[in-house]
Design a protein around this ligand. Structure first.
Ligand code: ADP
Ligand code: MG
Length: 461
């Protein structure tokens, strides 16, 4: 298999685990240029990226490459020029590895994947691949879809439109489809898509250069602002403040604002009330999880588009196994297609089962109690220490009990161990906490939702 193919697949895997903004920032112009004696070499555009990938993403990168080629044991990074596409440098990066063909000026890095993904319009920051045409509608997302369509026909009818839902369920796709459609119908509209991470980045940069005034003007000139993943903004007051002013300036001029988030405004603990009430004044629509049939349809449509014939039983198995993330559905399908390409024949159901086991269960190995504690404290905006101390405040007791519950339910830790981890408490405390959450879950849908989101965080970081 070509390095380009290999890297493309690895990137698809990495993309699931990190934010889109980080993905685009750090993985642009990267490529695999060699694999030799268990070491994969990744070419990066500059020293800054090199350091960042090494320190921050090495684990993901290694894991993603190993999923494809288990002989790789480490990754090294070199600074190189972005490579131009070249056919067939290397046919078999996968199975037994021949001595590396060093990739000099060739390697097939600018894979279609990257080109497509980086095909982003500099003006609007929209990615043209996200359209309504390619967005599959089912009961799980029909409200969000209908609301999105109606603001295209009648901007301002719901303002803001607030769309929320779990990871990989199509929020970004949908809000960008709105932007692309608006531009298509009326090319003069000044549409801007922003991830809230990028928004924060720009503000920090503007503050540093003391040109925040200019930035504000820029934002206020948009007719249609799409802010993706707003939950991040809630992390700091300064950002909320900036966003609030931008929001108001646009809102007062009847400019349409579209917002996405991983949870509804009311569930973003640190979101200021004034923002909450503004959001609630518009339309709030959720995207749930697709049912089995919709998952199967999604797979069928995407398989057909790829031009590969994937047998029904394989698609059914994937649809059965991957339940709550469309991005993972796509990832599994890409992998099946890749397996077909490599072996020039469609993989058997058994092969696919093995492959899915790797995707689905492998990440669990990486989960540690520390990760659970961190995910829960991040979710409730508490310090990790705070959660472990002896406070009996309700805001802390509940998250602490959730930590104990998850340590038991997900990590299968013993109760004495859990007690010890949670601030040297007795094992009866751990048992009590576990039972309490278990009982609450029976009647409390909000709690169920919260725990689901926390688990997503645990397994996606
Ligand atoms: P989110 O922003 O909610 O994490 P994304 O919008 O990034 O999720 O979606 C993840 C992937 O799944 C994308 O590649 C997207 O195109 C695809 N996807 C999500 N929802 C749908 C859908 N309803 N129809 C087709 N593809 C979808
Ligand atoms: Mg998204």
């Amino acid at each position: 298999m070509e390095f380009g193919e290999l890297w493309k697949t690895a990137l698809a895997d990495i993309e699931i685990n990190i934010s889109r903004a980080s993905f685009l920032t750090w993985f642009k112009d990267t490529s695999v240029v060699g694999i030799d004696e268990g070491r994969a070499t990744v070419s990066v555009p500059n020293g800054f990226v090199k350091e960042w990938l090494q320190n921050k993403y090495n684990k993901f990168i290694l894991r993603a490459i190993r999923n494809i080629n288990s002989e790789v044991k480490e990754v090294s990074y070199i600074i190189g020029k972005p490579q131009t596409n070249q056919k067939d440098l290397m046919k078999k990066a996968l199975v037994p590895l021949p001595k590396t063909v060093a990739a000099k000026n060739e390697a097939s890095l600018s894979s279609e994947f990257e080109l497509k993904d980086l095909n982003i319009d500099p003006e609007t920051s929209l990615n043209p691949k996200y359209t309504f045409d390619s967005f599959i509608v089912g009961t799980f997302n029909e409200l969000a879809h209908a609301a999105s369509k109606s603001i295209v026909t009648k901007p301002g009818i719901y303002n803001p439109l607030f769309i929320y839902g779990g990871v990989g369920l199509g929020k970004t796709h949908l809000v960008q489809a709105v932007g692309n459609e608006i531009i298509k119908q009326n090319p003069k509209t000044k549409v801007k898509y922003m991830s809230s991470e990028k928004f924060m980045g720009e503000i920090v940069e503007a503050l540093r250069n003391q040109d925040i005034g200019q930035l504000k003007e820029k934002y206020r000139a948009y007719d249609f602002l799409i802010m993706d993943d707003i939950q991040f903004i809630a992390k700091t007051e300064k950002m909320q403040e900036e966003f609030f002013h931008t929001f108001n300036a646009l809102y007062e001029k009847n400019k349409q604002i579209v917002i996405s988030s991983d949870r509804p405004p009311a569930a973003i603990a640190t979101l200021e009330d004034r923002l909450k009430s503004r959001f609630e004044g518009g339309m709030i629509a959720d995207i749930g999880e697709p049912d089995y049939e919709t998952r199967l349809t999604i797979l069928k449509v995407k398989a057909e588009k790829s031009g590969f014939v994937v047998p029904e039983d394989i698609l059914e198995h994937v649809a059965h196994t991957i339940k709550n993330n469309i991005r993972e559905l796509e990832g599994a399908l890409n992998r099946i297609i890749l397996m077909s390409k490599m072996n020039s024949t469609v993989p058997s159901l058994e092969d696919v089962k093995k492959m899915l086991n790797q995707i689905i269960y492998a990440p669990r190995k990486f989960v540690t109690p520390k990760k659970v504690i961190k995910a829960v404290s991040d979710f409730y905006d508490l310090g990790e220490k705070e959660i472990l101390n002896k406070s009996r405040k309700k805001e802390i007791v509940k998250p602490r009990q959730i930590v104990m519950y998850l340590l038991r339910d997900e990590l299968k830790c013993s109760f004495p161990f859990i007690g010890e981890k949670i601030g040297k408490k007795d094992h009866t405390t751990a048992i009590h906490a576990y039972k309490k959450i278990l009982a609450d879950l029976k009647s409390n849908l909000d709690l169920e939702e919260e725990i689901k989101l926390i688990k997503e965080k645990i397994y996606s970081s």
